[in-house]
Ligand binder design. Structure first.
Ligand code: GLN
Length: 379
């Protein structure tokens, strides 16, 4: 018996969602909406299935969908993309991340990540013999110390993973951060994986700073995007990656043997649906209302909320309430107060315990109301 990933356990998202189901609790743990996607989208899928679009899509995805994405990217980030050579449709953001790492990382390569980090990064890097170099960001500021990053950066650094807006902290990169990053990698061969799956969820009038708009970085960057977050259908497992041609050639070599191609009728449907720009232009407002409602509700509780700049997650500090470790607290709150959350320690390798849990607010108004009612009662 052997294990390529001896330190890896079931993902915290599965653990807490199962815990929520078992305890019959409101599930604010795993990040997914509890409301359905637009019926129009479902009727598009039906239409394309009925019309017989049920065989393999081209390996890189439907060209029409890639053209629509290129238009969206040019409109939002003023970056012309070649839809044929520089975009590939993937089975969700996580597959795009996996494929990028698989295409790039060899034994001994170092990868700089920032913790708290999405849970797939580390095991995927390790699976391909890479060495994770983690820069730890601490609650509540989660500020990047670029001097520290510089001290860890070397010719062994093959890849750097940026997650903007960040899951779970809700922080967005500043212009200053992007500038520091540009200066740091300028003279190197380091590649960048920019996980921007929450690009359409940024609040308080912010503009998402995609690395696609950095002329100094775009030539070395894979940008990862997710339709699940955009159309409220995480179960459809569809997203895409944008990268310059030479990088995309390597990406596709792996992609073709991992999934070959992605669900055909759904690609047609999303393409039609995205013709209406309001689909993505209205998302910030839609989710900001939910964020503000939860923030307002929590202000009546003893949890201290950290205001997220983006994503559909909000962190809450419970140190006034309990000295328990995050996982213990999260499980107890699920069982006693019927609200499931995610311990933020799960996003750090050494389980740094800061007494902070993550709540997902991609939920119906009534779900948030009930959750607030319960959270206010915590003593
Ligand atoms: N991205 C989602 C989250 O952070 C979960 C994805 C998953 O469960 N794999 O909650």
């Amino acid at each position: 018996i052997f294990s390529k990933l001896p330190d890896t356990q079931a993902s915290i998202f599965s653990i807490m969602s199962e815990c929520a189901a078992k305890e019959n609790a409101i599930n604010l743990s795993q990040g997914f909406p509890d409301f359905d996607c637009d019926p129009k989208l479902i009727s598009f899928v039906n239409q394309y299935m009925t019309a017989g679009n049920n065989q393999y899509a081209p390996m890189a995805g439907l060209l029409s969908l890639r053209e629509t994405i290129a238009e969206k990217v040019n409109f939002l980030y003023q970056k012309p993309i070649n839809p044929d050579l520089e975009i590939t449709i993937t089975a969700g953001g996580t597959q795009a991340i996996f494929t990028t790492i698989a295409a790039v990382i060899q034994t001994g390569d170092e990868v700089i990540i920032f913790e708290p980090a999405y849970d797939s990064y580390r095991p995927t890097i390790e699976l391909f013999g890479g060495k994770v170099v983690a820069v730890k960001l601490k609650s509540p500021e989660f500020k990047i110390d670029w001097e520290e990053v510089k001290s860890l950066f070397s010719e062994r650094t093959k890849l750097m993973i940026i997650n903007n807006p960040n899951n779970p902290s809700g922080k967005c990169l500043t212009k200053e951060d992007v500038l520091k990053l540009e200066d740091l990698v300028e003279q190197s061969n380091c590649l960048i994986l920019s996980d921007e799956v929450y690009e359409h969820l940024v609040f308080d009038g912010r503009k998402h700073l995609s690395l696609l708009s950095s002329t100094r970085l775009a030539h070395r960057t894979f940008v990862i995007a997710s339709f699940g977050k955009l159309i409220h259908a995480t179960g459809w497992k569809i997203g895409y990656v944008i990268a310059p041609t030479e990088l995309m050639i390597e990406f596709r070599k792996v992609h073709q043997f991992l999934v070959f191609s992605v669900n055909t009728p759904i690609q047609y449907a999303i393409n039609d649906y995205l013709k209406d720009r309001n689909v993505y232009l209205q998302l910030n407002d839609f989710f900001q209302k939910k964020r503000d409602f939860l923030l307002e509700g929590l202000s009546g509780s003893r949890l201290k909320a950290i205001v997220p700049e983006g994503t559909y997650f909000l962190l809450a500090d419970y140190s006034d309430l309990s000295e328990e470790k995050e996982l213990t607290f999260a499980k107890r709150i699920t069982s006693e107060y019927k609200v499931a959350t995610i311990p933020v320690s799960a996003f750090y390798k050494d389980s740094l315990d800061q007494q902070v849990v993550r709540l997902c607010f991609a939920k119906k108004q009534e779900t948030l109301e009930k959750a607030i009612e319960n959270l206010i009662r915590i003593k």
